[in-house]
Design a protein around this ligand. Sequence first.
Ligand SMILES: [Zn+2]
Length: 141
Amino acid sequence: MPRKKNAQSRKPRFLEALGYALRYRCPNCHSGPIFQGRFNHVRVRCPACGLPYFREPGYFVGGMIVTYGLTVGVLVLIYVLMPLLPDVASISEPVKYALWIAFTLVLAVVFVRPAYALWLSVDYWLDPWAAPKSWTSAPGA
Ligand SMILES: [Zn+2]
């Protein structure tokens, strides 16, 4: 795959790229949205510049791994801090398990979009790929 960008003349700084990612914007033109519809539905390509968001089949498995890592990181942090919460000891074990499971599912859903956008944007920042030379916005792109 060609290794050049055609919408931006300079490579953004890393923190700049993270900022665009967390606003769910295209890593190439910084204006087109990455997501559409439901929480984890990534567009096929940027509607503004045409950059394909899927480099290869299974591309967003990396985003799933980032989602998992963020979720586990937060859960471990909260687990470590649990002894500091005095009222937790009075909750029964089954209720604790139910709360942990519910909290885990909520965290996973909350982290899907940031994780996918970070995966796409950091990958593009490290190794940019080309958008089509001529692109006209198409509905549903
Ligand atoms: Zn774009």
